[in-house]
Design a protein around this ligand. Structure first.
Ligand SMILES: [Ca+2]
Length: 119
């Protein structure tokens, strides 16, 4: 038998404001655009909204554009109260150069595959 690549699974919560405040959405699978239809007349619009993140399960890739274009960075499980201060998103620690590009920027995200199991 060869490697069996398990599909990724995870759980991330995106928050409207810093410090895990404001409106939020739970995401369990790849979302190519954070406008999520719920029925014929209503949708969740979380495109270009996210300011803080909690990753509960999995390692996730975050992108500035829809369809997984222009990657910001990757985050594993943890609490991230301010996306503008994340080294993973390119912030270099110089307060005069805040990574403002990461704020209200996330438009798509995907969960990375689990480590392969070799039988
Ligand atoms: Ca965007």
């Amino acid at each position: 038998m060869g490697d069996f690549v398990r599909p990724g699974h995870g759980h991330v919560i995106l928050f409207q404001h810093q410090h895990l405040h404001g409106e939020h959405v739970h995401v369990f699978r790849d979302e190519q655009l954070l406008k999520i239809p719920l029925d014929g007349t209503f949708e969740i619009n979380f495109d270009n909204i996210t300011s803080s993140i909690v990753v509960l399960e999995g390692t996730w890739e975050f992108f500035k554009e829809n369809n997984f274009v222009d990657k910001l960075g990757e985050l594993g499980p943890g609490q991230y109260p301010d996306v503008t201060l994340l080294p993973e998103f390119g912030w270099k620690g110089d307060p005069s150069l805040p990574n403002g590009a990461a704020n209200d920027a996330i438009s798509s995200l995907k969960v990375k595959p689990c480590d392969p199991i070799t039988w």
